[in-house]
Design a protein around this ligand. Sequence first.
Ligand SMILES: CC(C)(COP(=O)(O)OP(=O)(O)OC[C@H]1O[C@@H](n2cnc3c(N)ncnc32)[C@H](O)[C@@H]1OP(=O)(O)O)[C@@H](O)C(=O)NCCC(=O)NCCS
Length: 399
Amino acid sequence: MALEVRTARDEDREAMHHVGQQGFAARPADYDEKSDRSATPLDRRLVAVEGERIVGRLAVWELGQWFGGRQVPMGGIGGVAVAPDFRGKGVATALLHQVVAAMRERGEVLSTLYPMNHTLYRRHGWETAGSYPEQSLDLRALTALPKPSRQIDIRPTAEGDLLAVSRLHEDVSRDEPGNVFHGSVFAARRLLGYAGIQEGYVAETDGAVTGLLILTRSDAPKGDQGFYTLSINQLVAADLDSELALLRLVAAHYPVAREVTLVVPPHAALTTLLGERDLRPAGQGWSWMTRLVDAAGAVAARSYAAEVDVEVHLDIEDSVAPWNAGPHVLRVKDGQGLLEPGGRGDVRLGIGRLASLYTGWAAPRRLARLGLLPGAGEQDLLGLDRTFSSRTPWSRDFF
Ligand SMILES: CC(C)(COP(=O)(O)OP(=O)(O)OC[C@H]1O[C@@H](n2cnc3c(N)ncnc32)[C@H](O)[C@@H]1OP(=O)(O)O)[C@@H](O)C(=O)NCCC(=O)NCCS
């Protein structure tokens, strides 16, 4: 097999669409040029070509994630698909290896994705690193929420809202480890909702945008008394009144819709307002996996608690990105981190394991108890814990 992996071109659009449909669709949709042109830009898509035929594809969203209150540039991988008759021949492997190099060139020090297939990504250095806490909620419960204590105006999103909603999304995400930021205007457009598929609303307080809600309707499952169900793709609010105003809009769909799914971290306002186990885990069990594309760059890009003063000697295994591999010393002081080649290489770990520590998802002591951090002594575990521990990393943005 003479496989070539290259950046996508205009004439590849239709073939990429078909491979994507073969990968994910229950009922393959016809190619629609307009919708393809509104998807990720061509220079952020890779195709795998065998002879003349496109046999695999993937796309990268220009995103980032908040860690320690700083924006860390991240390539969000999506739409990895290989034609059924070419599976099991290393096509996805070739695409993933190339995309790691491409992201590094662009300064995307992290890569995150929502995996269908953990085995594939784990093998190439991604590891489970954060949660997507999807919950389902009986809409009737929302009708009992208190009213906002002041006037909040709600209206549909408009093109001109892009800057205001991006700023709002940044403000509410900054202190939430793992939350996504949008690294380009194109990526930020997701925040306005997709016309014809989603409904977008903003909340305004005295003329300023203080809340954003993106909703999608889908068919009610069999046995549900409603005509449709709702999912909330975005619910961000600068304050409780704006959040309550947006939730009233959602509640107003009751009883035609009976249920809504939404992403709610354990510390959200909603969990303090509802009771009777109205909010229940739901969804398809997604969590996200992260790879350190450039481990030194990733360590330097985030910030750390000011009082942390740590030195840990790591020995990193990374066969896909050799620039990350080998003995490295992790030093954290005065809120800054450095990962430099050299040192004793005491703690042996794969690049994926390091990603799961970096985001705050994995607890060093627990990993050690499971035998997953060979060589780590008590001081190393303490050092890694002080460096990376945080509230559970999570994301409300799915891509
Ligand atoms: C998942 C998918 C992209 C893999 O593509 P591929 O070209 O067959 O993958 P590769 O040949 O490079 O596989 C490399 C390794 O990944 C793992 N892997 C690949 N597909 C797998 C599967 N379906 N289940 C479990 N492991 C799998 C295996 O460890 C495999 O190594 P092996 O062949 O030595 O066992 C392809 O099966 C596909 O398009 N599936 C439908 C869409 C999808 O699930 N996309 C990923 C969603 S995020």
